[in-house]
Design a protein around this ligand. Structure first.
Ligand code: F6P
Length: 364
């Protein structure tokens, strides 16, 4: 963890925000490419938390660490956190303190020449601010199962999350049919319905509810009646966690320390469907299962391409960029543009059109 820092070009890498499948594949690719340039790679522990601690928490990453297993491994070997904005860091006495100088000090202590941050929009906003303040070069690699980062068609982790949700629908379908039930599956996607939409289409849902499209229970009930009238005895409903109640409120759970996270809209919708249709209804909340799995082949591929390109950007001296996927390949964009452009489901996009073409109801 605290091996002596050797002289020479040295880059740091950290994972930040909620984990997802494919993070280790990015780290592996970065180590391979950087080693090819003859650079040293230091993996910073627990996101920016590692730079806050003294001694700074890191591990040296070389080809010896990136074995055949690493690309297949879920989570992040470096650890991560989605808490503790260093510009407003929660202190034990309840106050908020600007600890950004300590993080910048940690970066300097490691003698880094550049930093690769693997994160989502929130993490990039913080890392970019730190890089600007500390005057250090930074490159971002997009990851989030929610796939809501602007300026990239896809982020690491999304494909695996969709695959997990589709597998859940595949497993729910036979039990739904056996018991003549309506099965409601609640999936993640903080404020964007990408996972619900893709999984719903690929998993044969009858109804997909996403936060981008307002629904009514009457419309959902009418769809379930149509399904019954067609002679089918079950229905599958996918609901994104960020869908609001009919009164317009998000359904959230209060966690330790008062933090809130989405969770529970599936039960709400399930109850409403049961009341409106008389159907026996069951609810499954998929939760963090969507983040924890072995990465899909596509996530491994995208992660590998992103990792290589991120190192190449540093080699070219191109900083404050985020690597991105577009038109079958890897490009890079100003990281500020990615932070500014939130990507929710486009109502006139191909997937909404596809779902409507398949007679899937959005409850609208
Ligand atoms: O942003 C990724 C995500 O997995 C969301 O889909 C979900 O709402 C949230 O993170 C869960 O966060 P936590 O890991 O803090 O429970």
């Amino acid at each position: 963890m605290t091996a002596p820092i050797k002289a020479g070009k040295r880059i740091g890498i950290l994972t930040s925000g909620g984990d997802c499948a494919g993070l280790n594949a990015v780290i592996r690719a970065v180590v391979h490419r950087a080693t090819g340039y003859g650079w040293q790679v230091l993996g910073i522990k627990e996101g920016t938390q590692g730079l806050l601690q003294r001694p700074v928490q890191y591990q040296t990453l070389d080809l010896g660490c990136v074995d055949g297993h690493m690309m297949r491994q879920g989570g992040t070997i470096l650890g991560t956190t989605n808490r503790g904005d260093p510009f407003a860091y929660p202190m034990p006495d309840g106050t908020l303190k600007d600890r950004s100088d300590e993080i910048i000090g940690g970066y300097r202590e490691l003698g880094l020449d550049a930093l690769i941050g693997i994160g989502g929009d929130g993490s990039f906003a913080i890392l970019h601010k730190l890089a600007q303040k500390g005057g250090f070069p930074m490159v971002g690699v997009p990851k989030t199962i929610d796939n809501d980062l602007g300026k990239t068609e896809v982020s690491v982790g999304y494909d695996t999350a969709v695959a997990v949700a589709v597998e859940a629908l595949d497993r729910l379908q036979p039990t739904a049919a056996s018991h003549h039930r309506v099965m409601v599956l609640e999936v993640m996607g903080r404020d964007a319905g990408h996972i619900a939409l893709a999984a719903g289409i690929a998993g044969g849902a009858d109804v997909i509810l996403i936060p981008e499209i307002a629904y009514s229970i009457e419309s959902i009930a009418a769809k379930i009646k149509d399904v019954r009238d067609s002679g089918r005895n079950f229905a599958l409903v996918v609901v994104s966690e960020a869908v609001k109640t009919l009164e317009g409120t998000g359904v959230k759970k209060v966690l330790q320390g008062g933090e809130k996270r989405y969770g529970g809209i599936g039960d709400y919708i399930g109850e409403k469907i049961a009341d409106a249709t008389g159907a026996e209804t069951r609810v499954t909340v998929l939760g963090h299962v969507q983040r924890g799995s072995m990465p899909s082949p596509r996530d491994r591929l995208i992660a590998s391409a992103f990792g290589v390109h991120a190192v190449d950007l540093i080699a070219e001296g191109k900083f404050n960029r985020m690597v991105a996927w577009a038109n079958r390949g890897v490009i890079d964009v100003p990281i500020t543009e990615a932070i500014e452009h939130y990507s929710c489901v486009e109502l006139d996009g191909a997937l909404v059109k596809t779902a409507r073409g398949l007679n899937i109801s959005f409850g609208d």
